[in-house]
Design a protein around this ligand. Structure first.
Ligand SMILES: NC(=O)c1ccc[n+]([C@@H]2O[C@H](COP(=O)([O-])OP(=O)(O)OC[C@H]3O[C@@H](n4cnc5c(N)ncnc54)[C@H](O)[C@@H]3O)[C@@H](O)[C@H]2O)c1
Ligand SMILES: O=c1ccn([C@@H]2O[C@H](COP(=O)(O)OP(=O)(O)O[C@H]3O[C@H](CO)[C@@H](O)[C@H](O)[C@H]3O)[C@@H](O)[C@H]2O)c(=O)[nH]1
Length: 325
């Protein structure tokens, strides 16, 4: 059986990746320090609690489990916080990732799939965004992810590694079978906050800026279901086998939805009231981020199945109800 080390496997996306790996007959080994993750989400394969920045620990985990590849999701991912506390982001996402890369180099684990982000593009010149777009991040979170991409490319060139950066757009929804979902504390993502408002746990949702250059004035994002995203990791692992060096893929649905549209869709799906207040813009938010995933379709043979925003919100709503309902 093939063993895959999954850093951040106790987190939202990582747990869905572990489930997909197990379903495909592989053994995921979760490495997570639980700073944001949950031990109860580690349901498939062994759990190693610790920090990616602890080189001795990472080396011991690799020596013990002999993974054939690493999927690296462990990171801090709050855009707003990265603007107010950049050191926290560079330390965890850059220094921590470098420690992991060095451990892989030392123990000769060649293959790496990395959680990157469309935030590495900053404010794109062309939408939909292809991989050819210039990477000019406008917040430290995006910059920290871009730095890791550069380190990966250099390690591939110097040490014969094979690595792929998956540049996710906005990840949404929950496991359609209801086993896992999104449970962040603090929660900053739009859809879970909207659903908390639908549940009555939060008075209203604040719209961060209604004066963007978009048709309804609110920011547009490309929402991708977390199970579709998990599937792309499996496809990327297979693809790496025949492709030495570094490469990157944009992963999205190629459709934009505005914040107002997300709220409207959630009202329809839940049948509940969701009060909306207009607030100020949030620092570091580009107006429009929509993917071109043509390369991922062609090269990886990946196609999202849950493209409709209403379906994505529906899975998240069922998860929310199961946790709080
Ligand atoms: N959620 C999104 O929309 C989105 C979009 C683009 C990229 N990403 C990236 O995907 C990855 C996963 O995101 P998520 O939404 O699942 O976040 P998450 O916070 O739920 O998961 C991250 C996990 O990493 C762990 N972790 C953090 N630092 C660690 C460290 N130093 N050592 C060990 N474990 C550590 C946390 O405990 C957590 O379980 C992140 O790298 C994020 O940047 C997320
Ligand atoms: O209470 C809220 C929360 C969010 N938003 C807006 O909703 C949109 C989506 O915000 P959010 O769900 O916080 O996602 P992003 O800030 O777009 O960031 C996510 O998506 C990025 C890729 O686009 C990833 O890199 C990040 O890790 C991930 O957190 C943005 O325009 C926000 O300004 C609001 O108006 N009100």
């Amino acid at each position: 059986m093939s063993t895959i080390l999954v850093t951040g496997g106790a987190g939202y996306i990582g747990a869905h990746v572990c489930k997909a790996l197990a379903r495909a007959g592989m053994t995921p080994v979760t490495l997570d320090n639980l700073v944001y993750g949950h031990e109860r989400a580690v349901k498939w394969g062994p759990f190693e609690r610790g920090d990616i920045a602890d080189g001795d620990f990472v080396r011991a985990v690799i020596a013990r489990h002999q993974p054939r590849a690493v999927i690296h999701l462990a990171a801090f991912a709050y855009v707003g916080e990265s603007v107010s506390d950049p050191g926290r982001y560079y330390r965890n996402n850059v220094v921590g990732s470098l420690t992991l890369l060095e451990a892989m180099r030392d123990l000769k684990v060649r293959d790496l799939v990395f959680s990157s982000t469309c935030a590495t593009y900053g404010e794109p010149e062309q939408v939909p965004i292809t991989e050819a777009e210039k990477q000019q991040p406008i917040n430290p979170y995006g910059a920290s992810k871009l730095m890791m991409e550069r380190m990966m490319a250099d390690f591939c060139a110097a040490h014969g590694m094979r690595a792929v950066a998956l540049r996710y757009f906005n990840v949404a929804g929950a496991d359609p079978e209801g086993e896992i979902g999104e449970s962040h504390d603090p929660e900053t993502h739009l859809i879970p906050l909207v659903l908390e408002a639908a549940l009555g746990q939060r008075e209203a949702i604040t719209l961060f800026g209604d004066d963007y250059p978009t048709p309804d004035g609110s920011c547009i994002r490309d929402y991708l279901h977390v199970s579709d995203l998990a599937d792309a990791h499996l496809k990327a692992l297979t693809w790496l086998g025949g492709h030495p060096g570094f490469d990157a893929f944009n992963l999205g649905n190629e459709q934009g939805a505005s914040v107002r549209e997300v709220v409207e869709t959630a009202r329809r799906v839940t049948g509940r009231e969701i009060p909306l207040r207009i607030g100020a813009r949030r620092a570091g938010d580009p107006p429009v981020l929509v993917a071109s995933s043509a390369r991922a379709h062609q090269e990886l043979g990946w196609r999202p199945q849950l493209g409709a925003l209403a379906d994505q919100i529906e899975t998240a709503w069922r998860w929310t109800l199961s946790q709080h309902g």
